[in-house]
Design a protein around this ligand. Structure first.
Ligand code: DX5
Ligand code: ZN
Length: 230
């Protein structure tokens, strides 16, 4: 089974909250993963930042590899970096199941998305709030996941930008039913309902989980908001 098949499974159980590990306690990674697994999360979202494409710096493939050894959960790797094409094979080898690149970071995303698929991972394309959906129209057939960011990539803890909601509507019209739509940035109990109503299937949340003592309760609170809008 190709790793990208995890997208089919994630679609079946969607909407799903994916924890962004940006704010987790890296000194206690094992217990952090245990807590998230017992909270029932469906995948982990990993934010790779290079200090060039974004003004923040996080971690690379060694952390992806460390996580791969700790869990069987799908690893959804969000590359906020220039020249992602140079590193996708290494992220795949480290254990990434889904690899998402930013349209703004490359001249032509299509060959990079194709290389990610050829490796066997799910291929994702992300756009920052100022980038219109029209910029990635020609990439959509090569993408398994599309991510209209609801904050400018770079930092956790920012406020949700409503402009992402209109982009989700546009993307649902432009993509086939196999493509999964993700949203990332400022997702919490107040914003998650609108995001799912506009078609987001994977809801990435950092602060709304890791700034709470009880991760399971934080995730359940967000899921309850989705349920009460059904
Ligand atoms: C932002 C990252 C996000 C971020 C989400 O560049 O891609 O995944 O960590 O954090 P919150 O939920 O705090 O906005
Ligand atoms: Zn992210």
């Amino acid at each position: 089974m190709a790793r990208r098949d995890c997208i089919t499974r994630l679609k079946e159980i969607s909407p799903a909250v994916l924890p962004s590990l940006l704010l987790c306690d890296f000194g206690n990674l094992e217990s952090e993963i245990e807590k998230l697994e017992s909270a029932g999360v469906a995948a982990l979202h990993l934010d790779v930042m290079d200090g060039v494409f974004v003004p923040n710096f996080t971690y690379g493939m060694t952390i992806v590899h460390a996580l791969r050894k700790l869990t069987d959960l799908p690893l959804d790797v969000h590359l906020m970096m220039v020249h992602p094409e140079k590193y996708i094979a290494q992220f795949y080898e480290a254990g990434a199941d889904i690899i998402t690149i930013h349209a703004e970071a490359v001249d032509d995303p299509v060959p990079v998305l194709k290389s990610i698929r050829e490796l066997g991972a799910g291929a994702g394309i992300a756009i920052n709030p100022p980038t219109p959906v029209s910029e990635i129209r020609n990439c959509l057939a090569s993408a398994d996941l599309v991510l209209p960011m609801s904050v400018n990539a770079g930092f956790g803890g920012q406020s949700f930008d409503d402009a992402a909601l209109g982009k989700l509507d546009e993307l649902r019209e432009l993509t086939d039913e196999k493509t999964i739509l993700e949203i990332d940035g400022g997702i919490n109990a107040d914003t998650i309902g609108a995001a799912t109503q506009h078609g987001a299937e994977l809801l990435v949340a950092g602060s709304a989980i890791f700034k709470q003592d009880d991760y399971a309760e934080a995730i359940a609170n967000m899921m309850a908001q989705i349920e009460c809008l059904k």
